[in-house]
Design a binder for this molecule. Structure first.
Ligand SMILES: Cc1cc2nc3c(=O)[nH]c(=O)nc-3n(C[C@H](O)[C@H](O)[C@H](O)COP(=O)(O)OP(=O)(O)OC[C@H]3O[C@@H](n4cnc5c(N)ncnc54)[C@H](O)[C@@H]3O)c2cc1C
Length: 393
């Protein structure tokens, strides 16, 4: 079976890996001219970690990644105001936890299929026309082609989803925040293996020191409505300047660093909630189907679980896509919906909107120095209620 996958982020190449292993012929189409790297640091754990393990990726991810020692909340003068030892993460997951740039995870996954799976960079699908026995994909540049199935792994703003299910607004749940991330060389100060973060009502700034004298900076801020479009970087920078204009701590220095970079990632913090992840000969996965938002701290891992399960069910159903699509959604829908609800609940604690909210959050995180409180607050959220089934034989 020939399967077109739109999007070579995390979900797409993972799906291509498992499809190929099971005798399918995947083709990837990616709108960016080359594999997108860089970006923000992500936490990687849970069932997605198990998928990466089965792909033989863990040694490489551990080599590229970081084992964070502390999450430190600071005041305007940089003094510790709250936070906790990150040991809770390792303890709750039995050491199966690593933090790494999203781009490093993407390139490690892509390396498993590079040269083995046809990948078209710098192009995208413009129309999808399902027929009885195939589906015709029209591209912006390449000539039209027929496939047996099409999979949308093209992220939060998925084109495949729009073409198949309708406009994004029907499925997007905006959580009221925007996030911006970028990398800086030579930033000072550095705190090795410490995630340092500062908040004022409705805004949050954070930094994490990486190897080779690089620092990752993340801004999160409350925002009414969609604001500047994600691809207009100049307008986004202006928006961030406005929101952080009077912010203290290292914010002025961080804003100056942001101005000097072209590689700024910025987007709305949104979830995608759909009743169905599949229709006719089209399936969605990853952020395209069920983005849990960055507040879930697990989007990449969940995208990999969906990819594994979709390939597995297609193999088990011997290509009967109706059967496979139904099993794929049934296996994961409730598990992922639960993650989305938890992430939405967490939104207020991540970047509190009031001074009181900030004080409460700092107090709670200080109490997390006590293992009992930490387990109570985080322990259960660090356990996945889904166990990865064996590979299709
Ligand atoms: C600031 C931030 C922090 C995060 N922290 C974490 C974390 O701690 N842990 C975690 O697990 N996750 C985290 N996430 C979420 C995580 O990055 C996503 O959930 C994950 O990348 C989803 O993978 P995906 O493959 O579905 O989509 P993406 O990684 O977004 O990949 C989609 C790909 O499709 C391409 N594309 C887009 N449109 C088209 C098109 N029309 N045609 C072809 N290609 C297209 C894009 O260029 C991209 O390469 C975070 C996200 C953000 C923004």
């Amino acid at each position: 079976m020939n399967i077109l996958i739109s999007g070579a982020g995390i979900a797409g190449p993972t799906l291509a890996y498992w499809l190929r292993l099971n005798g399918f012929t995947p083709t990837l189409v990616e709108s960016a001219p080359v594999l997108r790297t860089g970006g923000y640091i992500i936490d990687f754990w849970g069932t997605g970690f198990d998928v990466a393990h089965r792909m033989g990726l863990i040694p490489e991810l551990m080599r590229r990644g970081y084992v964070v020692q502390e999450v430190r909340l600071v005041d305007a003068k940089g003094r510790r105001a709250g936070g906790f030892s990150a040991e809770i993460f390792s303890r709750a997951t039995g050491g199966r936890y690593v933090s790494l740039p999203r781009g490093d995870l993407a390139s490690a996954v892509y390396a498993t299929i590079e040269g083995k799976v046809e990948t078209i960079f710098g192009d995208h699908v413009t129309a999808l026309k399902p027929a009885k026995k195939s589906i015709r994909a029209t591209f912006a540049k390449a000539p039209p082609r027929d496939f047996d199935l099409v999979v949308g792994a093209d992220g939060l703003h998925s084109t495949v989803r729009t073409l198949t299910f309708g406009e994004q607004a029907k499925f997007e749940r905006y959580l009221g925040y925007k996030a911006a991330a970028f990398e800086v060389k030579g930033y000072r100060p550095r705190d090795e293996l410490v995630y340092v973060t500062y908040g004022e009502p409705g805004i949050q700034a954070a930094r994490f020191a990486m190897r080779d004298d690089r620092t990752l900076i993340l801004f999160v801020y409350t925002h009414q409505g969609p604001g500047a479009p994600p691809h207009d970087v100049a307008a986004q920078k202006q928006e961030i300047h406005k929101r952080f204009a009077d912010a203290r701590w290292e914010c002025p220095q961080m804003l100056a660093a942001m101005d000097a970079t072209d590689a700024l990632y910025v987007d709305r913090v949104s979830q995608i909630r759909m009743r169905d992840w599949t229709k006719d000969r089209v399936a969605l996965l990853g952020d395209a189907a069920s983005c849990p938002s960055l507040l879930a701290g697990q989007g990449s891992a969940l995208a990999m679980v969906q990819a594994y399960m979709l390939a597995r069910e297609l193999a088990r159903a011997k290509g009967d896509h109706r059967k496979a699509f139904a099993r794929y959604q049934k296996a994961l829908y409730a598990f992922i919906a639960k993650k989305q609800v938890a992430a939405e609940r967490f939104a207020g604690a991540f970047a509190p909107r009031t001074k009181f909210g900030l004080a409460v959050r700092n107090l709670v995180t200080r109490a997390m120095g006590i293992p009992f409180v930490a387990n109570l607050a985080l322990g259960s959220t660090l356990q996945d209620s889904f166990t990865l089934p064996p590979e299709a034989s």
